[in-house]
Design a binder for this molecule. Sequence first.
Ligand code: SAM
Length: 284
Amino acid sequence: MDNATLSGVRSLLATEDLRPHKGLGQNFLVDKNIIQKIADAAQIAPHDVVLEIGTGLGALTLYLAEAATRVVTVEIDKKLIPIIQKIFDSRSNITLITGDILAVNWERELYGFLIGPQDRFIICANLPYYITSPIIFRILENKQKVKRAVLMVQREVADRLLATPGTKDYSLLTVMVSRMAEVELVTRVSRNCFYPSPDVDSTVIKLVPRSEPQVAVEREEVFAALVRAAFQARRKTMLNVLVNSGLADRDIAIKTLESLGVEPKRRGETLSVEEFARIANKLT
Ligand code: SAM
């Protein structure tokens, strides 16, 4: 049975009397064109080790395993395991880990799959959307061991990741991620490419961690608090953001902003990552 077609996925689930589990974000890819686009965007060389998040029925896994030396794939749903094991039966370069990717200790349980000390994972995933943000931050925490990540995410999340200052999608997520990684759009994906069709549109993005953050900050927690405060009150001026969040009193806030050439009346949602960093460094 073909695990990357609508009829194949339905038949495979029927063999174990299963239905897609909505709460686990089970929207299986049933479009080989999109699967191929994800694999192509990952630019896998024969010596690469790929980490896949959310095996599902292995539709993407098999494509990745054609190109990589090894695919380590993590699936939380124990009920899918008997089906996947049969599909992977003859593939010796696929390692299936059953468990919650958010509970996996990367250093202890995943780094060992990399062969040389300089090796880094290529991550590929048709993500379960309920864990998109934590996964992106987990990838960034492990960025020294990640070459790139090609991720299917909800369209709204992709729009936020790709947004520029002053636009409605520019957000806390944009600033925190773009400081640590370059993000590019790979392709928009119609709901019809999944079984079952999700309630939202999707987009494939490529995230490439930067070797150094785009701008240095002296204290990460001050930078994070500043950006969070700015986007919690995105219609407020930066002066009010600084004062209301307790990050500075009025006089210091005015002096800080003016000394950096940031008009105190500007809204936080118009500030670039560099401007946030410069303000945070002055407050430190
Ligand atoms: N890769 C398959 C595909 O493209 O057809 C399945 C993708 S489906 C959108 C997401 C998969 O992630 C599901 O199989 C789901 O059970 C699994 N999943 C959900 N939460 C997970 C978690 N916390 N850790 C690991 N896998 C998870």
